[in-house]
Design a protein around this ligand. Structure first.
Ligand SMILES: C[S@@+](CC[C@H](N)C(=O)[O-])C[C@H]1O[C@@H](n2cnc3c(N)ncnc32)[C@H](O)[C@@H]1O
Length: 364
């Protein structure tokens, strides 16, 4: 629990002057970002000179500091969106632009009881925990222990230790959730996985009437199958399907135009709400004309009876090697212990020569 119940967990470490142990982003003249962790007597080296950590400790966030060669850096604590896009990861993360939509369209509120799967690298878990707060409940399910380990490390780093509202279980969501959650006791369900339709029965058991079910899927074929399965169950309001595109703008004098590059596709969102048991005749439900397509057409499109059609590879997802996963889990764990990003992305943490990353213009 946070020390002061009036102060939400992890909030204190995000405000006030810089302290030893804080992660700090140094942004240089070329808008490159270097992430360091402040240590008393520490030094941040680049080929352009040395910046002494002591010049930052006690300084106000947003200060401009100079190194030994008068190279200037703007110093700020990383925001959650910065952390998510640079943290150790095994699986693809939910991008901040989509996490924001999930919180808003899923109506995730302080005190809500939420279940989610899969946890992957824990990116969405962080946003969900922020939304439910210390008095809420988030139970996250992940079928692969290695991913859960990475997620634990990342979440603990962001909140400065275990979050009081978070529980993580290993196993398949559809098997586990009905064992741990009482029927009708969950306010919100959020699924980010290959085949959410397999979870229909489990979600329908634990979700309270009126509760919101959010699905996040990468391809139109997954979206189609998810929507059809939810609709056919008759247990939910008509599913709403959408995607979020965020286009940055270049604004400089008279040169005001959209950025040349953007993240064009991440995933689709599908939301619906649980009806009361026994509710029939859904107003507004799509009445699909019988002659518009047959069951065979739908089968051709969704290939629901062909297990080979729904593998990671068939859906264009790259499998992550065990070696990469072990490495990410190790990085996430050491990051929690040291409070810093791993050496490759956190130059200066141990006074090693600096590496820098371009400011990620695609960081939605
Ligand atoms: C794309 S990742 C999730 C990313 C995560 N939401 C984040 O923001 O970091 C999908 C995860 O779902 C897990 N998964 C797939 N099917 C599952 C199931 N039925 N139950 C639990 N986890 C599942 C996979 O192991 C994988 O880690």
């Amino acid at each position: 629990m946070s020390e002061n119940p009036a102060t939400p967990h992890g909030a204190q470490s995000r405000r006030g002057p810089f302290r030893t142990g804080d992660r700090v982003q140094l942004i240089d003249q070329k808008r490159r970002i270097h992430t360091i962790t402040l240590t008393t007597g520490g030094q941040f080296h680049t080929h352009k000179g040395v910046l002494f950590h002591d010049a930052l400790i006690g300084a106000s966030e947003g200060s401009i500091v100079e190194n030994t060669n008068e190279i200037r850096y703007q110093a700020l604590r990383p925001l959650l969106k910065d952390f998510v896009l640079s943290m150790p990861r095994g699986a693809t993360v939910v991008y901040p632009k989509d996490a924001a939509q999930i919180i808003a369209m899923g109506d995730i509120y302080p005190g809500a009881r939420v279940v989610e799967a899969g946890v992957g690298s824990g990116a969405l878990s962080m946003s969900l925990l922020r939304a439910v707060g210390d008095g809420g409940y988030l139970h996250s399910f992940e079928r692969r222990e290695e991913f859960a380990e990475i997620a634990r490390g990342n979440v603990d780093t962001v909140f400065g230790g275990p979050h009081p509202a978070w529980r993580i279980s290993i196993g398949d969501f559809q098997d586990q959730v009905v064992r741990t959650e009482e029927s009708g006791s969950v306010d919100r369900v959020v699924l980010d996985m290959l085949s959410p339709w397999e979870c229909l029965d489990a979600v329908s058991t634990v979700l309270a009437p009126g509760g919101v079910w959010v699905n996040y899927v990468a391809t139109v074929t997954q979206m189609s199958r998810t929507v059809e399965v939810i609709r056919a169950s008759g247990l939910y309001t008509e599913p709403e399907s959408f995607e979020t595109m965020v286009r940055g703008w270049h604004v400089e004098g008279l040169a005001v135009r959209p950025d040349h590059r953007m993240v064009a596709h991440t995933a689709f969102l599908i939301t619906c709400r649980r009806l009361a048991d026994g509710a029939v005749g859904i107003p507004g439900a799509k009445r699909v004309k019988e002659h518009s397509y047959s069951a065979a057409d739908l089968e051709t499109w969704t290939r629901s009876k062909d297990p080979e059609a729904w593998t990671q590879g068939a859906l264009g997802e790259r499998a992550v090697s065990d070696r990469k996963l072990r490495r990410a889990a190790k990085d996430a764990k050491s990051m929690t212990q040291r409070g810093s990003l791993p050496a490759a992305t956190a130059p200066g943490a141990d006074n090693e020569a600096a590496e820098s990353t371009e400011l990620d213009t695609e960081a939605n």
